[in-house]
Design a protein around this ligand. Structure first.
Ligand code: HEM
Length: 361
């Protein structure tokens, strides 16, 4: 499969691992002026990241913007990303992956907190009056990449081309949205007293890896309900299907609040949803992830992350107007002589009523 980045530059989905991350989830206010403000803002994001990031060139500042299913419909209308739907809940009772409100996700990463803070301030100032923040988490990198629960997190992440392969929509799968990704977020709160009361060996069985050295347990001793077993997926041919995670610990020790912000990127929501089902319902049902005996999901959202040029072009969308262009990626690729990652909304966007977006024909 061709990585979509050849034709549409992705947002900084697989950017460097950073020391800090801010996660902001907001709803768009219910009036036309607010929707227009959010659309116009889409064209400002890249400029603001550039301007703020320039002040600390080695700070690895980046921002990924995603839109929920409902938000896509009310902001941009048709066409819509093929896999975008409201967050699917899994499980019941205490062990449930719940859906919570949220139209827009901002995933801001940098090595320094001040960079995250400044960019978040600039981005949110421009959205003032148009959105209502429903959740904001400031995560930090914990010692040697350890999650709040003390285990190294992110080890089995794909890197380089493999990360692109698993996270970026290819031009043959959803042509109008190639270069995009899906991102699923959940805020978890941990019972750290309960977790710390477990012997390390019991914790290692729950995760499926050793705690100190972060080595995968031997299949002979790794339980089928371990986190690692339930989140390892294979396709019919036996090839592993990966997602890209950049979880961050967060908390307020003074209030005994200890959490993990889970964030997973993929080229389709399916693998992440399958993992959630395995964790919360169990594989087979009942054989669930024991990490959930000590971790409660308190938020849940699924978002589509447009490619970088599409994000900028969305500023020009007028969902009330009749479609004015409809050129598929397949059509445009035959004549498109622009270099890879052309910073424009080329014909492949096929966004109905995309006014004034540059085209290559
Ligand atoms: C309470 C929240 C969570 C914590 C603290 C957590 C922690 C961890 C840790 C410590 C590992 C082992 C090291 C690694 O490969 O990264 C891991 C692996 C993994 N986790 Fe999680 N995780 C959480 C939630 C989730 C969720 C919600 C998903 C998916 C929906 C997920 C998917 C994965 C995957 C795919 C792996 C790699 C499995 C492998 O290939 O061995 N995790 N996680």
């Amino acid at each position: 499969m061709t990585p979509a980045s050849l034709t549409q530059e992705p947002q900084s989905v697989s950017s460097a691992v950073t020391r800090n991350a801010f996660f902001i989830v907001a709803t768009v206010n219910e009036d036309a002026a607010s929707r227009a403000t959010v659309r116009a803002w889409c064209a400002d994001v890249a400029n603001l990241v550039r301007a703020v990031g320039k002040r600390v060139p080695a700070g690895n500042l980046s921002c990924v913007v995603g839109f929920s299913s409902d938000a896509w419909d009310k902001l941009f209308g048709e066409p819509r990303p093929a896999g975008l739907h409201p967050f699917r809940e899994f499980g019941t009772g205490e062990r449930k992956a719940i859906a919570t409100p949220g139209d827009i996700l901002l995933h801001i990463r940098a090595d320094e907190t001040d960079l995250c803070f400044e960019l978040a301030t600039q981005l949110m100032t421009r959205l003032e009056g148009a959105v209502t923040t429903v959740d904001e988490v400031h995560g930090f990198r914990n010692f040697d990449m350890r999650a709040m629960i003390g285990f190294v997190d992110g080890t089995e992440n794909p890197t380089g081309n493999e990360a692109v392969h698993f996270t970026v929509i290819g031009e043959n799968e959803d042509p109008e949205f190639c270069g995009g990704s899906y991102v699923l977020v959940q805020k978890y709160m941990h019972d750290m007293k309960g977790w710390n009361a477990l012997p390390v060996e019991a914790q290692e069985h729950i995760i499926g890896r050793t705690k100190l050295q972060d080595i995968e347990l031997d299949e002979a001793v790794k339980p089928s309900w371990s986190h690692s077993s339930l989140t390892t997926l294979e396709d019919d041919a036996g090839n592993e299907i990966k997602i890209l995670r950049d979880n961050m610990p967060f908390g307020r020790p003074g209030s005994a609040e200890f959490g993990t912000y889970f964030i997973g990127y993929a080229r389709s929501p399916e693998p992440i949803e399958q993992m959630l089902e395995n964790m919360f319902v169990g594989l087979p049902p009942g054989n669930y992830d024991r990490l959930l005996d000590f971790s409660r999901a308190v938020t849940g959202g699924l978002f589509f992350v447009p490619s970088q040029p599409l994000l900028e072009a969305l500023a020009e969308v007028d969902p009330g107007a009749a479609p004015t262009m409809n050129v598929s990626a397949a059509d445009s690729s035959e004549t498109d002589t622009e270099p890879a990652a052309a910073p424009s909304a080329d014909g492949s966007l096929a966004i109905g009523s995309l006014k004034g977006a540059p085209r290559y024909e």
